[in-house]
Structure formats: structure tokens, C-alpha cells
Design a protein around this ligand. Structure first.
Ligand SMILES: Nc1nc2c(ncn2[C@@H]2O[C@H](COP(=O)(O)OP(=O)(O)O)[C@@H](O)[C@H]2O)c(=O)[nH]1
Ligand SMILES: [Mg+2]
Length: 458
């Protein structure tokens, strides 16, 4: 970390302002080298002040951009190092040219997430907070943002710290027992330990279980619209999009490729995929499209199975439904504007426990009900009670599950009164697992993986 990193911190493209961010020991020297005040003099930079002037190319003294610069001296900065921000005009080339000068002056191009990685390594935030920075940037729904912000503000860290402290306390007691036993052979047994361990396990299990919901809010869900040809799959996608996104014709086999678009239903993002209609076909291109449907279906969180209400169920419909066996299904009957032949009972017979929703993709009838059904499928209750803690990262869930495993072993050990040394080892492992979440024990590989998914300049 003794080099100085630099990157454009704002989104690329046309925009009012772009910021080049620099962090490291050379930050101030780079400012003094490239930046001149309006009177042509190099600046005397007070920390956390904005200065107006120019970035000049040192070789020819040519003005590259009119800018404001701010130096934030260590440790009071995002990374905990000296940080320089150059606020110039936005655009395709200007920020790039400033960055090039910064690199020539001794900076190095930052890797994705490297600023935040340094912030973590300098203890400006813990690892779960660093992850939340990326989540806040990526959030596309209010709920997703809210969860990211809570994590950034340290809510998860606090919960984990609290449970870790409890484990550490039990660990200390167990260790004392071991030492004591050596002296006197008289074990002052603590009967409350198994109960205390079970309480921790209960809290951790609750947290691990919240991942299902947390993931939905953070990453959204994928829903494939499947069905035989001509039931109205593309019409449905178009209705969701509010525009003519997919081609709709009365000719079966119109859609060959799949089309994926995101729509928002309340506070979740649903990635909808319109697919080729499933039928027997001798046509190579169409068959390739149909093969792809099954790949999409395999990866989807759920499948919306669309049927044509104006016709009897066909052998193809039944075949599609049979092939979808085991996949979470949302049955929908389309073309409700036409005289209806297909009954809900028939669906109920083939898909026990499922109630189909009747819509008209062409005219929009029943679309609100459908949205509620889709939402309800993924989030059991639409709660405005946001108080309970929710985790959104698989990494966190796996660490929690590992901690639970060791805590259960420790509990069994404590109850059966087996070797306290083994119980102590289990408690240590549980503690290690939990501390991995906040990065106290995270190794280089974990860090690399986490920060590689960040954007450059963050
Ligand atoms: N009457 C009626 N026709 C529809 C409805 N939805 C789709 N269609 C018609 O059914 C035909 C096939 O629609 P399309 O969306 O291409 O079906 P896909 O093959 O499943 O993608 C087109 O002629 C649509 O206009 C509907 O709700 N009502
Ligand atoms: Mg289609």
C-alpha cells in the first residue's frame, strides 16, 4: 500500500462533473505538480478545503481542464490515506486526460474496489461494511438500498460482534475451567453453558434463514415465461414493459431467441425472460431456441407457465407442464377477453394446490393481480416491518452455517461433558467463522474475490 492509486470515480460518459480520485502517499505531491491556482502559483493545500484552478500538462504548460481540487489528509479520508480529488468537467475525454497526467506524475491505475479495499485494510470500515458499499451502488429498489445502508452503517457487524462476544465469554469460562481443573481436580461446572450456546445457535439460524429474502431484495429474481407457441408470451412481456419489446404475430414460432428485460414489482426487480414457444418443430433455428428455453428454465428462480384460456388444454401444454416438474410454477391463463374454454379446475387437477390467474396480455386485464401473485410467490408477506436483521450475501450465510456447526458440536460436548479441550476448539472455530464476516479473519483470497466485483474508482 505504499504506492499511490488513481481512477476516475464518476460514471463514464457525458455528465456535468467528473472526479479523478487519488489515494496514497504521493497524492499531495501530484496536486502540487499538476495543479495551479488562478494566479499561476502552486497551491498551499489545507486539508478538506476546495481550491479552484487548472490542471496543466507539466511538459508544455497547456491547460487540460479548469477544476476544483480537495486534499483530505490521512487518516481523515475514505481510504485512511492522503486522498486527492480533482473535480473537472465530465465527458468522454477530459477525465481520461487528467487521469493520464496523474499516472505520468507517479500514480498507478487503481484496481476495481481498491479504494474501498484500502479503507478496509486501514480499518476505516469492516469487511461487511465494505461489501455494503458495492451493494449501495448496485441497489435498484428502495428495499435493496435500505438493506445495503443498514449493513454499511454496521448493523450486521453489531449483531455479529454481540454474538462473538458471547461466544468469547463462554470460551474464556471453559478455558478457565481447564486451568482450574489442573490445579485442584475439582471442576466448577457451569450448567448454563449449553443453554447459552443454544440461544446463540437460534439467533444465528434465524440470520442464516433471512438470506433467502435478503438475496431477493439485493439481486432480484428471474422469472421465465414459458408455454407452447401462440399463447401470448411475447404479448405478456410487452405488456410488462409497456412497449413493443418482442415481436408478436399470430404465426406460431415467431419468437426464436429469448428476450430478457427487468421490471420492478413493488420493491423487487424481476428479470423476465420471454422464450420461444415449446412445440415439435423440424426447423433448426426454432429448435435451437427451444433448446435454450430449458437452459433458461433451469437457471430461473421460477417459471410463469402461460396457457391459452380460449382453447382446450393441448397435449403440448401438458407436456410442457410435465417437463417443468419440480420447478416453482406460477400458472397463468391468458386471452381472458375471448370466450373462455379452459377452467381453473383443469389447472388445479394438473397442478394441485395451484390457483391460476386469468389475464389478457393484449388488453391488460388482470395484470395487477398477476403482479401481486408474482410478488407473493417470492416474498410471502409484504411487510413494512423492517426491523429484523436480514443478510444478503451468500458468503455471510456460509460463514454463519459454519459457526452453527461448530457451536452445535460444542453444545453436545458441553452437555455430555466430554473433553473441554475439544469444546474449546469448537468454540474457537465458531468464533473464527463469525469473524470472517467482518473481516477479522478473512484471508487474501476472500478479499481479492470480494473487491474484484467492485467498480473501478470505488
Ligand atoms: N385476444 C387475445 N389475443 C392475444 C392475447 N395475447 C396474445 N394474443 C394474440 O396471440 C397471438 C400470439 O401472441 P404472442 O404474444 O406472439 O404469443 P407467443 O407465441 O406465446 O409469444 C397474437 O396474435 C396475439 O395478438 C390476449 O390476451 N387476447
Ligand atoms: Mg413469442
Amino acid at each position: 500500500m505504499d504506492d499511490t492509486i488513481a481512477a476516475i470515480a464518476t460514471a463514464p460518459g457525458a455528465g456535468g462533473i467528473a472526479i479523478v480520485r487519488i489515494s496514497g502517499p504521493q497524492a499531495e505531491a501530484i496536486a502540487r505538480y499538476l495543479f495551479r491556482m488562478k494566479n499561476g502559483k502552486p497551491p498551499i493545500l489545507e486539508t478538506h478545503h476546495l481550491y479552484h484552478g487548472h490542471i496543466l500538462s507539466p511538459e508544455g504548460g497547456i491547460i487540460i481542464d479548469e477544476v476544483m481540487v480537495a486534499l483530505m489528509r490521512a487518516p481523515r479520508s475514505y481510504t485512511g490515506e492522503d486522498v486527492l480529488e480533482i473535480h473537472g468537467h465530465g465527458g468522454y475525454l477530459l477525465p481520461q486526460r487528467i487521469l493520464e497526467e496523474v499516472i505520468k506524475a507517479g500514480g498507478r491505475l487503481a484496481e476495481p474496489g481498491e479504494f474501498t479495499k484500502r479503507a478496509f485494510l486501514n480499518s476505516r470500515m469492516d469487511l461487511s461494511q465494505a461489501e455494503a458499499v458495492a451493494d449501495m451502488i448496485a441497489a435498484r429498489t428502495e428495499r435493496g438500498l435500505e438493506l445495503a445502508q443498514a449493513q454499511y452503517q454496521g448493523r450486521l457487524s453489531e449483531g455479529i460482534e454481540k454474538l462473538s462476544t458471547e461466544i468469547a465469554d463462554i470460551l474464556a469460562r471453559m478455558e478457565a475451567t481447564i486451568d482450574f481443573a489442573e490445579d485442584t481436580n475439582d471442576l466448577p461446572e457451569d450448567k448454563t453453558i449449553p443453554k447459552r450456546l443454544q440461544n446463540i445457535v437460534r439467533d444465528l439460524n434465524r440470520l442464516a434463514a433471512s438470506y433467502g429474502e435478503g438475496k431477493i431484495f439485493k439481486d432480484g429474481v428471474s422469472l421465465v415465461i414459458a408455454g407452447r407457441t401462440n399463447v401470448g408470451k411475447s404479448s405478456l412481456l410487452n405488456h410488462f414493459m409497456g412497449r413493443q419489446r418482442a415481436i408478436v404475430t399470430p404465426i406460431p414460432g415467431t419468437t426464436r431467441d429469448f428476450i430478457e428485460e427487468s421490471v420492478r414489482i413493488h420493491d423487487i426487480i424481476v428479470r423476465l425472460t420471454d422464450t420461444a414457444g415449446i412445440r415439435e418443430t423440424g426447423e433448426t433455428i426454432e429448435q435451437a431456441g427451444i433448446d435454450m428455453v430449458w437452459k433458461r428454465v433451469a437457471a430461473a428462480d421460477a417459471v410463469l407457465i402461460l396457457l391459452d384460456g380460449s382453447e382446450e388444454m393441448t397435449a403440448e401444454d401438458i407436456e410442457v407442464i410435465e417437463k417443468l416438474h419440480g420447478k416453482p410454477l406460477i400458472p397463468v391463463i391468458n386471452k381472458a377477453d375471448l370466450p373462455q374454454i379452459l377452467s381453473e379446475n383443469e389447472i388445479f387437477r394438473i397442478l394441485p394446490g395451484k390457483v391460476a390467474i386469468r389475464i389478457s396480455a393484449k388488453y391488460g386485464n388482470g395484470m395487477e393481480d398477476l403482479k401481486e401473485a408474482i410478488y407473493g410467490h417470492f416474498c410471502q408477506v409484504r411487510s413494512d416491518n423492517h426491523s429484523s436483521e436480514i443478510i444478503t450475501h451468500l458468503r455471510h450465510r456460509l460463514a454463519i452455517e459454519r459457526a452453527v456447526f461448530h457451536l452445535c458440536e460444542a453444545t453436545v460436548g458441553a452437555i455430555r461433558d466430554v473433553s473441554p479441550e475439544l469444546t474449546v476448539a469448537d468454540l474457537r472455530d465458531a468464533l473464527d467463522a463469525l469473524e470472517e464476516i467482518i473481516g477479522k479473519t478473512a484471508n487474501d483470497m476472500i478479499l481479492t474475490r470480494i473487491f474484484a466485483s467492485f467498480c473501478i474508482g470505488k
